[in-house]
Design a protein around this ligand. Structure first.
Ligand code: UT7
Length: 342
């Protein structure tokens, strides 16, 4: 017997796809600054090595009592203020992070509680340094279809708690911080035109934190072996970051029928100035097109690209109507690029 469909059933939003824009941003970094020169005092490194190999001069480090959600909340409050958004208006709250406050509940739930965003669905997204671009694309799908109206998307990290401060090959690279974006349908522009997302789990061992999860729970042996901190095969990651980001950027432009000349500003993941230079050569885009602030913040993982977007917008480097290309790469491996009209 075939069930008769109720005439009251409908598929919300699917008849009209909306365009989705970042309407406001905010960011936050902890006060404490750790310079390369200070690092020289307790790590076998030099300011000269760090700067010439990475472009980093300093990074911000959270206080012991600050968790990732504290950084996220501070960034979110600024974005909400800038966008004139009340907490109850937010119906989707995503936190991209690889340093959540705890295994569960999600960092997004902790942010929701403090903001009073009582109408928001809350979820964390784990795609390491690529997380923010994955997250805005996830939010885009919901708003585009009409299922949701206002998303708060945050990239936030306390990378300092995952580092081995005796491993000079990694501890000099990362910093703490958070950035937040409000996404809504805005009818008068294209907003996010498209995103290209990708991953390759076969290469996961090149950048990971082996211990602390269900595979290798924390034991005295795991701690003694330092399996609970970040491990990276830097040179290998470097090569894949260049090919992954360059490929995603080119594919994104191709899908939209755009060229690099149409793009006003490229905002890449802020890991290493040499990676950005290599991408610039591969995609034939002058370095002046790239927004780079890693000299002051280091690699803040999922926070890096939204912190850079927020700064670029505040400085007037990106203007309403500009085409902006976001491109990121991270552990997994994961990569993503997104073309949007600002
Ligand atoms: O955000 C997620 C993605 N992560 C990344 O994108 C990071 C990608 N990788 C990189 O950015 C670079 O590979 C690094 C910055 C991590 C390293 O730069 P590199 O030019 O690839 O250096 P290397 O690993 O080949 O090391 C060269 C030398 C080694 O010494 P020897 O073996 O040549 O004697 C290292 O031991 O530099 C040494 N070294 C250091 N020396 C002083 C490594 N770290 C340091 C340090 N200070 N901090």
């Amino acid at each position: 017997m075939s069930a008769e469909r109720s005439p009251t059933l409908h598929r919300p939003g699917l008849d009209s796809l909306r365009t989705v824009s970042i309407i406001a941003t905010g960011s936050y970094v902890p006060d404490r600054v750790l310079t390369n020169t200070e690092l020289e005092k307790f790590v076998d490194t030099t300011d000269e090595w760090i700067y010439t190999r990475t472009g980093i001069r300093q990074r911000h480090i959270a206080e012991d009592h600050q968790a990732t959600s504290d950084l996220a909340i501070a960034a979110a409050r600024k974005a909400m203020e800038n966008g004139n958004i009340r907490p109850e208006e937010i119906d989707y709250l995503i936190v991209a992070t690889c340093t959540p406050d705890m295994h569960f509940p999600s960092t997004a739930c902790m942010v929701q509680k403090e903001l009073g965003a009582t109408n928001a669905a809350c979820v964390d997204l784990s795609a390491a340094c690529s997380g923010f671009v994955y997250a805005i694309d996830m939010a885009r799908q919901y708003i585009q279809s009409g299922t949701m109206n206002t998303a708060l998307v945050i990239g936030a990290e306390k990378m300092s708690c995952l580092l081995d401060w005796e491993d000079r090959a990694t501890c000099v690279l990362f910093g703490d911080g958070a950035g937040a974006a409000i996404l809504q349908a805005r009818g008068d522009q294209y907003g996010i035109l498209t995103s290209v997302l990708g991953g390759d789990g076969k290469l996961g061992d090149l950048l990971n934190v082996p211990g602390g999860g269900s595979r290798l729970p924390i034991t005295p042996e795991v701690l003694a072996d330092k399996q609970h901190v970040l491990k990276m095969a830097g040179r290998e990651v470097f090569k894949h970051a260049v090919t992954g980001m360059a490929g995603a950027a080119q594919e994104t432009l191709r899908r939209c029928g755009a060229t690099i000349d149409d793009v006003a500003c490229i905002i890449p993941h802020q890991a290493n100035a040499r990676i950005i230079q290599a991408i610039s050569q591969r995609i034939d885009a002058p370095m002046e097109k790239f927004y780079v602030n890693l000299d002051r913040f280091g690699n803040t993982s999922a926070a890096s690209v939204i912190m850079a977007i927020d700064e670029a917008a505040r400085k007037g480097r990106i203007q309403r109507g500009d085409l902006v290309l976001l491109v990121v790469f991270g552990a997994g491996f994961t990569w993503a690029a997104s073309l949007l009209e600002w």
